[in-house]
Design a binder for this molecule. Sequence first.
Ligand code: AMP
Length: 412
Amino acid sequence: MASINSVTRQIAALEISSKPNTTGTTRTNGHQKKSSQEVNKIKLLNKLAAPNPFIPAHSKSSSSVMTTKQQSRPPSPTKPQPKAKPVQPAQPTERTIDIGKYDGGFENDERMRGVVSSEAARELALDSSTSGSNPTREWSLCDFDIGRPLGKGKFGRVYMVRTKEEPHFILALKCLYKKEISDSRCEKQVRREIEIQKNLRHPNVLRMYGYFHDEQRVFLMLEFAGMGEIYKQLCKHGRFSDRRSSRYIDQMSDALLYLHSKHVIHRDIKPENLLLGLNGELKIADFGWSVHAPSNRRRTVCGTLDYLPPEMVRERPHDASVDLWALGILTYEFLVGNPPFEDLRGVAATQDKIKAGRYSFPSHVSAEARDLIFKLLQQDPEKRLPLPEVRKHPWLVKWRQRSEGSGAGNAS
Ligand code: AMP
């Protein structure tokens, strides 16, 4: 069995159809120069780890009457397929990808299980095959081979999985225990997270392909972020170079532009909520605090202390510009290794610094990076640099051009 790295290399070597990608996810971000081989790799990864295998029942031909169960499965290989498969027959199949060894975590988590109240059960009866706007096919745990654990979150575990049926898509399957959600009274937050994330389509926003539930658990089918957490990388390296930081901030600002255009405010941007795709591209992964905010200003204090903007510290209304403040903090943290207002004396000291806007730069931070951070960390939300201006900022433009010039792509 091949490792993920070797599979990534194999994938890079594959030739695949040049059919246009219907997901539209080959769009590039500034710093990434796409060689044709890279584009091919991304197309195949999109096919393997992303695409649209989850055809909504209503998109099937009305002339063929199907039972629910038939609708919930892809057509049999012997039947004519509506669309040709883009991968050519001689290619290695996705079965060669080693998804690792399942550690029996779901079974070991018995103690986290339990019966929830009928109201919580109703709230958490989440199933994308019956979701109103954009239903998927019907899914259940037996549709997947379960592989290695990818991590543990607040409400459960995340596993690398592969769909049993061809073409064996690779996904991350996140399991949330209903009892844990209900004990933390987070039913609404989880519902909101799912409702927001399932409708988002951007190369730097982690895709959610579907979700289903059983009596005690909710399962989220997520895009597999093969290179793991940015936070781990930051801990490992201490801080990132200008090149690497600017690439992430460029991708982040593009993703935020997209989210804000959909009236989604993230509200909890920080390295812990960012993952890396197989090509090292940034993926915003956690929408637990995000909201749909059509126009009104909101009061809920949320997010993580070091990333809280002054208006939230003061418990004043806030709007999408909280994400601009957080982008400034993130830029600083990438370049320096810790957030600008961090104060180990405690919460009150950090809050005081945020309200006073008191921070300083170590000497290695360039004048251009300082300028961007300064323009984002404005006390007055209306004075924060708007995202289209962020994307044109000289620090990002300079590194984008250098990366394009050297073809460095995602190298650090
Ligand atoms: P979470 O419950 O979202 O905090 O996830 C727990 C951990 O699982 C994260 O910190 C990641 O290390 C890992 N993880 C979550 N989602 C994914 C994913 N889509 N791809 C790869 N790893 C993931």
